[in-house]
Design a protein around this ligand. Structure first.
Ligand code: KG4
Ligand code: ZN
Length: 337
């Protein structure tokens, strides 16, 4: 089985070719650099950029995989959640190919893709726990079996990645051009800082839900009482202390659930763009392995948005005959469980 997959839910245009063993034959990711002057992703600019690059991205994936259209068993595409105009570009492209090549179409939930990103490189027994941390989501989910999920906790306000992005912006760290991945910028600066320099709050300590907006406000208030020179001098400490608060909250709640021992968990996984954060990977790995459970996180290329993870879900669905018709619509807000 060979699946062509397409991802365009936010500001990455991506196409991949994945086989039935979740082996990735090609995974092309074009990250849009058009949004820097605006300090955040502008939906209309994102849709237009997807439209310009979609066909070349798909062609490149097919070429790299040395795949012919006839070789494909189906087309998988992210249909939500995400920016409506961006999703429409990917879903329309997928429908066009499915129609022209007479192949089945599979609509994929973007967050289910992030869960499957760990299955590309690891064999994982169910049930397992996944901490999903991205720009739009922060969720603790038990994967009872592939396709069956139970939500344990979610953010009540900002997602973890959103908090990184907003803190990068309020500290004036976003560049005027190029990538606006705030998380990467903050974590790079944090490497030079002391994570214990400032005690930022850890919210909802005794609950399974997350909250990051109070932490963001706390960083803002701290920065406001400094003049420019003081802020520059303390930038690395602020970044490191903020990052430590996010990592502590995420690890504390994940491990808190593991320690309840309610489910016969076989592994703990980390997924989503924030899974690229090195201190988070290390802290969670240490805690999970102390409990003698396997810990998995994707390699960096499969943490942030990519079509390979969508292809993995596509393979799973197709092998069960779970396909969609051409009436498949995009759903900007869509829960997984
Ligand atoms: O999964 P993703 O690519 O897109 C969404 O589905 O949202 O995640 C993007 C998020 C952004 O908020 C970005 O700042 C964050 O992942 N991110 C990081 C790092 N790299 C990306 N956050 C913390 N540390 C990083 N190294
Ligand atoms: Zn994502």
């Amino acid at each position: 089985m060979l699946v062509l997959s397409i991802e365009s839910s936010c500001d990455e245009t991506s196409a991949a070719v994945v086989d039935d063993l979740f082996s990735v034959k090609a995974n092309i990711v074009y990250s849009q650099l058009d949004h820097a002057p605006y300090g955040g992703v502008v939906p209309e600019i994102a849709s237009r950029a997807h439209m310009r690059t979609m066909v070349t991205t798909i062609r490149q994936a097919m070429m790299e995989a040395a795949a012919d259209w006839d070789d494909l068993s189906g087309i998988a595409v992210t249909c939500g959640p995400g920016l409506v105009g961006s999703l429409i570009v990917g879903v329309s492209a997928a429908k066009g190919i499915a129609l022209a090549c007479n192949k089945p179409l599979v609509g994929v939930h973007h967050m289910e893709g992030h869960i499957f990103s760990n299955l590309i490189e690891h064999r994982i027994e169910t049930p397992f726990l996944t901490l999903l941390v991205s720009g739009g989501h922060t969720e603790l989910i038990v994967v009872k079996e592939l396709g069956t999920y139970e939500l344990i906790g979610r953010t009540r306000d900002d997602a973890a990645g959103e908090a990184f992005d907003k803190v990068a912006k309020l500290l004036g760290l976003l560049p005027k051009e190029g990538s606006i991945a705030g998380g990467r910028i903050v974590s790079d600066i944090a490497k030079q800082g002391n994570p214990q320099a400032i005690r930022f709050p850890r919210a909802l300590q005794s609950e399974t839900d997350f909250s990051f907006s109070g932490l963001k406000t706390s960083v803002l208030n701290y920065a406001r009482q400094l003049d420019r020179a003081e802020l520059d001098a303390q930038m690395a400490d602020i970044a490191a202390s903020f990052q430590a608060a996010v990592v502590d909250s995420l690890v504390h709640k994940t491990i808190g659930f593991v320690d309840q021992g309610n489910m016969d968990l076989q592994a703990v996984c980390l997924a989503g763009g924030v899974a690229a954060n090195q201190p988070l990977r290390e802290a969670l790995k240490t805690q999970v392995e102390q409990r003698e459970l396997p810990f998995h996180c994707p390699s960096f290329q499969y943490c942030t948005d990519n079509a390979a993870m969508i292809g993995a879900v596509g393979v799973h669905r197709l092998s069960r005959g779970q396909i969609d018709g051409f009436e498949l619509d995009v759903v900007p807000r869509m829960s997984l469980c």
